[in-house]
Design a protein around this ligand. Sequence first.
Ligand SMILES: NC(=O)c1ccc[n+]([C@@H]2O[C@H](COP(=O)([O-])OP(=O)(O)OC[C@H]3O[C@@H](n4cnc5c(N)ncnc54)[C@H](O)[C@@H]3O)[C@@H](O)[C@H]2O)c1
Length: 345
Amino acid sequence: MTGARVSAAVPIAGRRFVVIGGASLVGSTTADLLLARGAGEVVLFDNFSFGSREAIRHLADDPRVRVFQGDVMRLPDLLAALEAADGVLHLAAMMTISMDRDPWSGLDVNIRGAQNVIEACLVRGVRKLVFASSNAVYGYGPGVAGDLVEDTPFHSAGAPPAAVLYGASKIIGEQLCRQAHRKHGLDYVVLRYSTVYGERQHYRAANALYIVETHDRIKAGLRPRVIGDGAETKHFVYVGDLARANAMAFEAAATDVAVNVSGPEPITTLALVELVCELTGTTLRPEHVEPEAGKVRLTSGGAFRIDHAAAERAIGWRPEVSMREGLRRLLAWRDQGAATVQAAE
Ligand SMILES: NC(=O)c1ccc[n+]([C@@H]2O[C@H](COP(=O)([O-])OP(=O)(O)OC[C@H]3O[C@@H](n4cnc5c(N)ncnc54)[C@H](O)[C@@H]3O)[C@@H](O)[C@H]2O)c1
């Protein structure tokens, strides 16, 4: 955690927020929470490259919600959307799987897009920017082990190139925020999300695929698959907990900080797949398979845990939803007709 300076609280009630990349998993859930806490207006800014109208359809009747179709690569779009904004949550990005498909678009969106958001915040006098970073800033591969705290270094050896590019692009995004704070006084909080899961789950996050693909296979009557022995660690965070972290980052006095936002405990891939099996009540048992050629999966050698104590110190946040409860909610949502959201993506 870098040194915090008091000043930057943005209360939610009555204020105007812009959620950039708002038409998806994290954005739609955070919008729900901001509205529940009395936000005056929530603008959902998205180019709909990955997100969908379906993911935000439940918000359509709220007169405080406005959808702005725009692209972070176009500064005029951002300048228009950010007019009179009090707080901006920047989510628009390309994650590892998308980065693998199209690295230069990923780097453009994650780096130039972030700088455009920062510049628009400065021009429009936005009071606080919350920037969605990732535990990818610690890298993947055998070097990642033990407690990951905010000054744990970036490990790239042994990780897929797309994961290294993604993590590096988030490191650059964080540093662009710091630079804007130093040069121009922009107040910001960086939240390093661990793998997100929950209602409106998509197929874009490599680690969360273990949940949705396991569930899909069980529903199709097929044995779920675990790549290798499944002993490697994953650390997830429930999307409702994450939405609270985003809101609390606005409300807190903290600025110029970067903190981890992770769930209560890590889990191994095998234990995760077995938990999904248990919650669905299937008698199908996981089968262990070799990695498919050309498919990006994130593995790490050592057992690790992403420490979230600094988030509690900086913004008063700690996770509340266990993996079992969060998974139960996600599976219930999928069983109730999630197919429409997924089809739209
Ligand atoms: N989902 C995870 O497991 C996870 C983990 C760690 C960090 N994060 C970070 O959290 C953020 C949000 O995650 P998510 O799962 O909701 O992501 P997502 O990919 O579902 O959503 C990103 C949204 O940004 C939009 N977008 C992409 N490029 C854009 C552009 N050029 N202009 C405007 N909008 C654009 C997409 O259409 C999408 O709606 C991302 O920054 C991601 O890197 C996510």
